[in-house]
Design a binder for this molecule. Structure first.
Ligand SMILES: Cc1cc2nc3c(=O)[nH]c(=O)nc-3n(C[C@H](O)[C@H](O)[C@H](O)COP(=O)(O)O)c2cc1C
Length: 167
């Protein structure tokens, strides 16, 4: 069983689709999930009661906050990461190297490192592509070897699992 670092941010559909279309199917495919949520994504799933069914997809704790100094690291170190859904906000911060939450700290620490695979599946408003920095963020991530995919809200999110190695 291979470890998958599964990271999610607060995009529309998170509460209804993340566990059903990403976490559970990934676990069914044999991935052991190390799930990390942005604080906003965690708040959303907490509000809808979705954390329990998400937690049931893995034997590892679902993370959203950083550990205290001296506390043990709750997750292993996967070599494969799926950041989905990735918001415009979190994608931009990742490209800029901002690590102001646990999800971005995790991804920022491994971005571009040898032997690491990162798939980023982002969901954005159509207008976002006109933001002057947007294409630069995509180019930055691409140049670091990130596999980028734009989620189509009409398609099942589980399609992105095919982008992971060994699929
Ligand atoms: C109902 C709702 C749906 C949203 N959907 C998206 C989305 O699909 N993509 C996106 O980039 N931002 C979306 N947002 C905005 C993000 O949640 C917001 O920018 C947030 O600050 C992102 O934080 P995070 O990246 O740390 O999770 C949505 C907000 C709300 C309230």
């Amino acid at each position: 069983m291979r470890d998958l670092g599964l990271v999610a941010s607060s995009c529309g559909g998170l509460d209804s689709r993340f566990t059903a279309e990403l976490a559970r199917p990934a676990a069914t495919r044999g991935w052991r999930l190390a799930v990390t949520l942005t604080p906003v994504a965690h708040r959303w799933l907490e509000a809808t009661g979705g954390l329990t069914e998400l937690a049931a997809t893995t034997d590892l704790p679902v993370r959203a906050v950083s550990r205290l100094p001296g506390e043990p690291r709750p997750h292993p170190d996967p070599s494969v990461f799926l950041f989905a859904p990735a918001s415009a906000n979190s994608l931009a911060k990742l490209a800029l190297g901002i690590a102001d939450n646990q999800a971005l700290t995790l991804l920022g620490d491994v971005l571009g490192a040898p032997g690491i695979t990162i798939v980023v599946a982002y969901q954005i408003q159509d207008t976002r592509v006109h933001h002057p920095a947007w294409q630069r963020h995509l180019d930055t991530l691409k140049s670091a070897g990130v596999r980028l995919h734009r989620l189509d809200p009409r398609r099942p999110w589980s399609e992105v699992l095919d982008l992971l190695p060994g699929a």
